[in-house]
Design a protein around this ligand. Structure first.
Ligand code: GSH
Length: 75
């Protein structure tokens, strides 16, 4: 398992953070959060992002949300 995990949903703005991870050539995982199943509003996901939104980054066990914050941190 990679130490970089980016929770995403297909077609969402999480793509912004994924592009940056790809450009930086980092190894990362992208678990899919299924909006249609309400997974983003589940208690399990709200531990990762209390706002219930993607993207949500987990880096070495630390959580970070918001594309601008994530890409600033990664850069
Ligand atoms: N300001 C946030 C926006 C995050 C956001 O609104 N994500 C959307 C997908 S593009 C989402 O998770 N929507 C689910 C919902 O609001 O229920 C960012 O730039 O990361």
């Amino acid at each position: 398992m990679s130490n970089i995990v980016l929770y995403m949903a297909p077609g969402s703005c999480a793509r912004v953070s994924i592009i940056v991870l790809e450009e930086l050539e980092l190894e990362f995982e992208t678990p899919v959060v299924r909006f249609m199943k309400g997974e983003h509003k589940s208690p399990e996901f709200k531990v990762k992002n209390p706002k219930g939104k993607v993207p949500a980054l987990n880096y070495n066990g630390q959580a970070l949300t918001e594309n601008v914050a994530i890409i600033t941190y990664l850069n």
